[in-house]
Ligand binder design. Structure first.
Ligand code: SF4
Length: 541
């Protein structure tokens, strides 16, 4: 490793000054420019191997991608993380990183940085949390040199004003560490949402808009795009100051470039990029909806169902949080943590006690409840429910698996034929013209009483009467907006059960909610009969 001789003086006794040589280590700086995804991945492997073999000094690499690229984490499944058809149609390259973590979208303007160091170097923290912090602080310091108020945010982000501007991750090989990060420079967030399977399945348009508030880039923060050279100089300074070293630019040698060429083909192969799905952990997207006094909380969570780790979480809704970044910070803390109640409760309690966010009408219990409710849906998957189906099931008072042998099936009048004589009165003669008749037959075959509900008052009085007459549990059908709004009413009445989403378009979609509550909704919805039947079977199994 080269070194730069720097001299400082020390006073040995009055009037006598001696000069002592202070050695500042020099690390290598490589700027490999814009390359294909396969070349960049091959270079990661080559540099890590060379570092492990001790044939290169500690090194900082800057990289870019010559085409827009999606990179999945090393253990992820491309099919689960990437919108393949969209990427193929739009020339977006797909590849797999050496490092773990989540899928990333890289535009041509984004900048990557990578550090290759020995684990045993005293400047490299041995605890993984400390390593992330040191690398994150170096990047944040570099960004502050550019004029962006950036800070490291556990577990692996650099944020400014609560918005993520850079993410990081690492891997190691025989005593060598590769630690890498992305810096968003002029980011196309819509293209990211189109390219990646961000867990937005259950989010409405305005909530998807709020996903965009979670990221930022240099251009938005500074109101201009700094030159790539200026960014690299600032980041280099951040690493120099954090590690107490100096970087010297030393491009790849001809031998190194030649040796790299032989590595590119394997990284371009279908086998490497797609790997075998069965060997990969399985990501599941789960959701929940909880009405708290402060507003509706909507959770969308991507979980690795094999090792039960949270890959990604979105907490959205119509509540207010102060500071606004509080929710983004909480999401960052929950990401990569274990998807079990005790870890979630610990993380949320310590977040509230450390950060003291103000979220009027929403407390720790609401957030814990909403997240745990989404995670409970994992238990439905081995029972034959698809991931998509779980988005359409809503619990009342109890986890799904605790609703056993419900006695009644409540059916909404809006699913009856518009010209049916029973549209405005209770009952159904099962004439075969609509799903209410089929559902009634199915309920009876399981020994349940089908009851049609004509308006909101009747729903309340029916639930109360059922409870008074000793009925313990029910299954019902309603639309998601109705559940979101009236869940506290169901809970107040105290009869537990499961609600199954109806097929659209509902009174809420058509802006006729008031008419519907009075039983005067003029359109027809449709019961999701296959799902309703599966829930009835499950609860009687
Ligand atoms: S099945 Fe029942 S609710 Fe549907 S149209 Fe016939 S009688 Fe009316």
């Amino acid at each position: 490793m080269g070194s730069l001789g720097i001299y400082y003086f020390q006073i040995e006794d009055l009037g006598k000054i001696s000069y002592k040589r202070l050695s500042m280590e020099t690390w290598r700086l490589i700027d490999t420019g814009a390359r294909s995804a396969a070349e960049n991945m091959a270079m990661d492997e080559a540099l890590l191997e060379w570092k492990a073999a001790g044939s290169i000094p500690h090194t900082l690499r800057f990289l870019q991608f010559s085409n827009p690229t999606v990179l999945v984490g090393h253990h992820q499944s491309v099919e689960e993380e990437v919108r393949l058809d969209y990427c193929r149609a739009h020339g977006i390259e797909i590849n797999r990183r050496l490092t773990g973590g989540g899928a990333l979208y890289w535009g041509r303007n984004e900048l990557g940085w990578e550090i290759y160091v020995s684990k045993k170097d005293p400047r490299i923290p041995s605890r993984i949390e400390d390593l992330y912090r040191k690398m994150g602080e170096a990047t944040a310091l570099g960004l502050r040199h550019l004029g962006v108020r950036a800070y490291f945010r556990p577990r692996n982000d650099i944020e400014t004003q609560g918005r993520k501007i850079s993410g990081m991750g690492g891997t190691e090989l025989s005593g060598a560490i590769l630690f890498q990060g992305t810096l968003l420079v002029d980011f196309d967030v819509d293209e990211m949402l189109r390219s990646l399977r961000i867990p937005t399945e259950k989010l409405q348009e305005k909530e998807i808009e709020s996903v965009k508030e979670r990221v930022t880039c240099l251009k938005w923060e500074l109101g201009r795009t700094p030159s790539m050279q200026a960014i690299k100089v600032s980041l280099t300074k951040g690493f120099e100051e954090t590690f107490g070293v100096r970087f010297e630019s030393k491009p790849l040698t001809v031998d190194e470039e030649n040796s790299l060429k032989s590595k590119v083909a394997p990284f371009s192969s279908h086998d490497y990029i797609f790997k075998t799905r069965s060997a990969l952990p399985r990501r599941k997207t789960l959701s929940s909806l909880l009405k708290a006094p402060g507003g509706l909380i909507r959770i969308s969570i991507a979980v690795d169902s094999k090792v039960r780790v949270i890959n990604q979480i979105l907490i959205t809704g119509d509540f207010f949080a102060y500071p606004k970044r509080a929710i983004f910070d909480l999401e960052s803390l929950l990401k990569n943590s274990r998807a079990n109640p005790s870890d979630i409760e610990k993380t949320i309690h310590s977040f509230f006690s450390d950060q003291k966010p103000k979220i009027p009408g929403i407390n720790e219990t609401h957030l814990i409840g909403a997240i745990e409710e989404a995670l409970q849906k994992i238990d439905l998957l081995p029972e034959g429910f698809s991931e998509e189906e779980t988005h359409h099931l809503f619990p009342i008072l109890k986890p799904f698996k605790e609703v056993r042998n419900p006695e009644v099936l409540l059916l909404p009048y809006c699913a009856k034929e518009v010209d049916c004589v029973y549209r405005t009165t209770q009952g159904c003669e099962e004439c075969g013209r609509c799903s209410v008749g089929d559902a009634s037959q199915m309920a009876r075959s399981f020994g349940m009483d089908p009851i049609t509900i004509q308006n909101y008052e009747e729903l309340e009085s029916t639930l109360r009467n059922l409870k008074q007459s000793g009925v313990k549990e029910f299954i019902g059908s309603c639309c998601e907006p109705f559940y979101g709004k009236h869940r506290p009413d169901f809970e107040r009445i105290g009869l537990s059960g499961i609600l199954v989403d109806v097929e659209r378009s509902t009174c809420y979609d058509l802006g006729q909610e008031k008419e519907a509550l009075k039983g005067r909704f003029e359109n027809q919805t449709h019961l999701n009969l296959p799902l309703l039947k599966r829930v009835v079977e499950y609860s009687h199994g």
